[in-house]
Design a protein around this ligand. Structure first.
Ligand SMILES: Cc1cc2nc3c(=O)[nH]c(=O)nc-3n(C[C@H](O)[C@H](O)[C@H](O)COP(=O)(O)O)c2cc1C
Length: 171
């Protein structure tokens, strides 16, 4: 898939078939995250890949915003270890870029995915920490839930020329 086409056709997918995703594809998807830009190239991210169906069901039960987890093929928790940060104030932006790369890598492979927000909702981070035994000092930025789509996604129409300002802000 051409990059621009991928950018314009990616949608959140919350309904999945029961087809598994290969470990090689999952590794490629996490690899894409690691190629995201980060402040001072600090790469403070860490990734927890979850394929265990019982853990996915626990996400579904514990996270009201992620009921789709129980039918997913896998999830990836985008985490950060701020002990490794050179510019700690940018960790959220770095992790967001990593998440977006994963969503696009999934899309390129015909895998559907959705970004589930975690930080700054500590109660959500705690669910993921508990299920995956993640140390207290590690931040949970977001959770990607993914699997092969049950149906094709509808294309969005989001281009708004009026949101573009040429050289100066004009109403
Ligand atoms: C920071 C962030 C948090 C989100 N959290 C959730 C979530 O908890 N549950 C969910 O189903 N979708 C979540 N989404 C997905 C958005 O609902 C979705 O991206 C948005 O409606 C646009 O639709 P699209 O992704 O199909 O283009 C989140 C997206 C972002 C960027």
């Amino acid at each position: 898939m051409e990059l621009m086409e991928g950018l314009l056709t990616r949608r959140s997918v919350r309904q999945y078939t029961n087809q598994k995703v290969s470990p090689a594809d999952i590794t490629d998807i996490v690899k894409a995250a690691m190629y995201a830009p980060s402040a001072r190239n600090q790469q403070v991210w860490e990734f927890v890949v979850i394929t265990d169906q019982d853990k996915l069901a626990q996400f579904s039960a514990g996270l009201p915003s992620a009921p789709m987890a129980k039918t997913a093929a896998f999830a990836v928790a985008v985490c950060a270890d701020l002990n490794r940060a050179a510019s700690p104030e940018y960790w959220e932006q770095d992790c967001a870029a990593a998440m977006q790369n994963m969503l696009l890598a999934c899309h390129a492979k015909g895998i559907g995915s959705v970004w589930v927000g975690m930080h700054p909702h500590e109660e959500r981070e705690d669910v993921v920490k508990k299920v995956c035994h993640i140390p207290e000092n590690i931040k949970i930025h977001s959770l990607m839930i993914a699997g092969y789509p049950e149906k094709p996604a509808q294309e969005a129409q989001r281009f708004h020329e009026e949101y573009i300002h040429q050289n100066e802000w004009k109403d």
